[in-house]
Design a protein around this ligand. Structure first.
Ligand code: SF4
Length: 370
C-alpha cells in the first residue's frame, strides 16, 4: 500500500495566518502542471511498485486549477501507477471556487472526497483571517458537493481565533454537523513565524487566545462532536464511522508515500525526502529531467521517535508488539509516570493518550522520545 500527495501551491491571495508553502503566481499553473507530470514519470520507481491506494491534492488551493489541469495530473498518476487499488482520491477546495460544474468534472475524473477549507462560519472572523469566502458560500459549497454526488466531504475548521467566543465555536461545529459532512478537521490557530498574523501579535494588534481558553474549546469540541456521532480518531480529526481520511491515516500508520510538487515531502520507511519549496527551482529541475530533493536517512532512534510520535496522535495508539524488545522496555519505563497520572493508558498491548489529555499530546509524546 502507498499514497501520493500532490502539492498545488497556488492561492488567489494569502491568508494572514498562512505558514504553508503557497504563492499567488497563478499564471504559472500551466507550466507547473507539466512539471508535476514530469515528476510523476521521473519518480515512478520511488514506491517500488507498491499499490497506490490514496491520492491527495493539497495546497495551497488545488481548486485554483482548472478541471482539465486536475484531470491531466490524475491521468498521469493513473497511467504510471494504475487505478486498480485506488480507493480514495481527495481534492482540497476553497468554497468560493466551488461550482456544480467544477465538482461534477472532478467526480467524473474519479475524485470521491472533497476537503473544504472553511475555517469558521463567522463572517467577521473569515474577514479577519483574510479568507476569500463568506459563511454562506461555505454552506453552499458543501451542498453543491453533495448535489454533485460526493459522498465523502470533510470540512476544515479552526478554534482559538482572536475574538472567537464559545458561542461562535459552537455555532461553527453545529453548522458543520447540520450540513451532514462525514469528516471534520479542527486545528488550533497557530502564529507562524513570518506571517502577517504573527507580526500583528508582536505589534500588539491582536490578542491570541490563551492556552486555557484553547484547551476548554478543545474539550467542548470533543464532547459536541462525540454527541453528534463522530469518532475522534486523531488529535485534530473526527469522522462518522468508516469515514476516516485513508490518506492522512497512512501518514500516521507509517505507510510509504510519494510527495509530488514544490515543497512536497516523501517517505519510503527508511528515509524522508523533500522537494525545494521554490516554484522556479522546482519547475526548472523537472524541465531538465533532474528532480532535486534533499534526503534524510532515518536512524534507529529517528524511526523509534517517529513511530511513537505518529501512532500516539491516533486513538488506536502505539502497538507495543511492533517495537523491538529494547524499545518496548524503554517506552514502558519512560511511560511509567504518565501511566500513573492518567496521561497515558495501556490496554491490549497498546499505549494511547486518553481524549482528556489529547490537547497536551505534544508534551506527553516528547517525553517518550529517545
Ligand atoms: S488558502 Fe490555505 S494555503 Fe492559501 S494562503 Fe490561505 S491558508 Fe495559506
Amino acid at each position: 500500500m502507498a499514497g501520493i500527495y500532490v502539492h498545488i501551491p497556488f492561492c488567489a491571495r494569502r491568508c494572514i495566518y498562512c505558514g504553508f508553502f503557497s504563492t499567488v503566481r497563478e499564471e504559472e499553473a500551466v507550466r507547473y502542471v507539466d512539471a508535476l507530470c514530469s515528476e510523476i514519470r521521473l519518480r515512478r520507481d520511488y514506491l517500488a511498485g507498491a499499490p497506490v491506494t490514496t491520492v491527495y491534492f493539497g495546497g495551497g488551493t488545488p481548486s485554483r486549477l482548472t478541471p482539465a489541469q486536475i484531470e491531466k495530473v490524475i491521468d498521469c498518476i493513473c497511467s504510471v501507477h494504475g487505478t486498480d487499488s485506488l480507493t480514495e482520491l481527495t481534492v482540497e477546495c476553497n468554497p468560493d471556487d466551488v461550482t456544480l460544474a467544477y465538482i461534477n468534472a472532478l467526480r467524473s475524473f474519479g475524485v470521491n472526497r472533497i476537503s473544504m477549507g472553511v475555517q469558521t462560519f463567522n463572517d467577521g472572523l473569515l474577514r479577519f483571517l483574510g479568507r476569500r469566502h463568506t459563511s454562506l458560500q461555505a454552506v453552499e459549497a458543501v451542498r453543491t458537493c453533495r448535489k454533485a454526488g460526493i459522498e465523502n466531504i470533510s470540512v476544515d475548521l479552526m478554534y482559538g481565533l482572536p475574538g472567537q467566543t464559545d458561542g461562535i465555536q459552537q455555532q461553527d461545529l453545529e453548522t458543520a454537523v447540520a450540513l451532514g459532512v462525514e469528516h471534520i478537521s479542527s486545528y488550533c490557530l497557530s502564529y507562524e513565524e513570518g506571517s502577517p498574523l504573527e507580526r500583528m501579535r508582536k505589534d500588539g494588534l491582536t490578542l491570541p487566545a490563551d492556552d486555557g481558553t484553547c484547551a476548554d474549546m478543545y474539550a467542548r469540541m470533543c464532547i459536541l462532536l462525540r454527541n453528534a456521532g463522530f469518532r475522534h480518531y486523531e488529535i485534530s480529526n473526527f469522522c462518522r464511522p468508516g469515514y476516516h481520511s485513508r490518506h492522512n491515516s497512512s501518514y500516521w500508520d507509517g505507510t510509504p508515500y510519494l510527495g509530488i510538487g514544490a515543497g512536497a515531502h516523501s517517505y519510503d520507511t527508511c528515509s524522508r525526502q523533500w522537494n525545494p519549496d521554490d516554484l522556479d527551482a522546482y519547475m526548472t529541475a523537472m524541465e531538465q529531467g533532474h528532480p532535486r530533493f534533499e534526503t534524510e536517512r532515518l536512524s534507529g532512534t529517528d524511526l523509534y521517535n517517529e513511530l511513537v510520535m505518529l501512532r500516539l496522535r491516533t486513538a488506536r495508539g502505539l502497538d507495543l508488539s511492533a517495537l523491538s524488545a529494547t524499545d518496548r522496555r524503554y517506552v514502558l519505563k519512560a511511560a511509567d509516570n504518565l501511566l500513573s497520572n492518567g496521561s497515558l493508558v495501556l490496554e491490549n498491548c497498546r499505549l494511547r493518550i486518553p481524549e482528556s489529555r489529547m490537547f497536551v499530546s505534544d508534551t506527553i509524546i516528547s517525553s517518550l522520545f529517545r
